[in-house]
Design a protein around this ligand. Structure first.
Ligand SMILES: *Cc1c(COP(=O)(O)O)cnc(C)c1O
Length: 369
């Protein structure tokens, strides 16, 4: 077995997968241009619309691509040269939307934000004339969760198309397309849905569907996905096996209820954050999602060195940060099939790394709480 498989992963994608979906991944990929597979796709669409509480007559597009392609395809299909996009830019993924708009010639307002979750939207008041509002619901590069309800109200009051990249918070943190006035919701297979990378799904409200541009590209033309999707098909070969895994996973979520999935992520995040309190690490922000914990060393250690030591000494993989925050923060994902037992592997590694003896006491205390 490759040594890659022997590591414990706490990364924000890919994430630890469930046994049921792992088993499906070992199966032969079947042929897909038939009734039976169409029914699988239609099932996935129905369940995704329900989980996201999408407005009536919304649709789901299934793209075979990573999340960034979902972001780019959404901008290309929904915005035109007449639009102005107001982009919330709190880090690497916000910047990516700015880059996408610039490449495609979409006029944009690059709204750099820091230390806010935008519960108060007054700092956006100068940009009320924009025709669309774009945000990464969870800015994964630093672990900040924005307030979708207040952003959605702002978008509605100012008649903006609201585009939300929910890739790294879908099913670990609460979201409601109807309540939050979301017109386009971008999600991917390899974050909270805990499937292999391969799929990006875009959920479009009727308002977004009405705004799709006439065709100016082949592979990511939303109109052709909508048309073929009516009968449960895609214009090109989809990630057949991952769609079958998605069907299983969505059934699991509906059966367990989305609320319980979110609650589980919340409990694991809380368990981890409580357990490491004796260590010289502090939360980087007040606005952390359930999906991720972002930590800053308080003892002048380099965050990147901690990340490297965890992998070399304990086979535990957490996410470093690139760029100017590389020594300041590292990130721990709580997405996917996480349990307290699995999280203990990381907690134990951190206590051992710091040579701290407090772990035993802490472990008993945290477990009982
Ligand atoms: C992971 C992620 C993406 C997608 O990245 P890909 O590498 O293209 O899959 C997009 N947005 C956010 C907020 C993410 O966390």
């Amino acid at each position: 077995m490759h040594t890659l498989y022997q590591k414990y992963i706490f990364t924000p994608g890919p994430v630890k997968m469930y046994k049921e979906t792992l088993e499906l991944g070992a199966m032969q990929t079947p042929y897909f241009r038939n009734e039976e597979f169409s029914q699988v796709v239609l099932d996935c669409e129905t369940n995704l619309l329900q989980i996201a509480n999408a407005p009536k007559n919304s649709r789901v597009l299934f793209l075979t691509a990573s999340g960034t392609a979902g972001m780019e395809a959404t901008v290309q299909n929904l915005l035109s040269l007449k639009d102005t996009a107001l982009i919330i830019n709190g880090g690497g993924f916000g910047q990516r939307f700015v880059d996408i708009c610039n490449i495609h010639g979409i006029t944009n307002i690059n709204c750099k934000v820091k230390d806010t979750n935008l519960s108060d939207t007054s700092l956006l008041n100068d940009s009320k004339d924009a025709s669309s509002l774009i945000v990464n619901a969870h800015e994964t590069s630093i672990g900040v969760l924005y307030n979708l309800e207040s952003l959605g109200n702002f978008a509605k009051e100012n008649n903006m198309l609201f585009i939300v990249d929910a890739i790294s918070m879908f099913i670990t943190d609460a979201l409601d397309m109807s309540r939050d006035n979301i017109d386009a919701l971008i999600i991917s297979s390899h974050k909270g849905l805990a499937l292999p990378p391969a799929l990006s799904m875009i959920i479009l409200s009727p308002k977004a569907i009405a705004k799709i541009n006439p065709k100016h590209q082949l592979y990511f033309d939303f109109n052709s996905y909508l048309k073929d999707g009516l009968r449960g098909q895609t214009p090109f070969t989809p990630a057949v096996s991952v769609i079958l895994q998605l069907q299983k996973r969505l059934e699991q979520i509906i059966k367990n209820t989305p609320q319980k999935e979110i609650q589980k992520a919340k409990e694991i995040a809380h368990y981890f954050r409580e357990a490491i309190k004796p260590l010289p690490l502090k939360p980087y922000t007040h606005f952390m999602p359930n999906a991720l914990t972002t930590l800053t060393p308080t003892d002048n250690k380099s965050a990147l060195e901690i990340v490297k030591a965890l992998e070399e000494k304990y086979n535990v993989v957490v996410a470093p940060n690139g760029g100017e925050l590389k020594d300041t923060i590292f990130r721990v994902s709580h997405m996917g099939d996480m349990t307290k037992e699995y999280t203990d592997i990381l907690i134990d590694a951190l206590f051992d790394y710091y040579g701290s003896k407090n772990r035993k006491i802490c472990r008993d205390k945290c477990r009982s709480s």
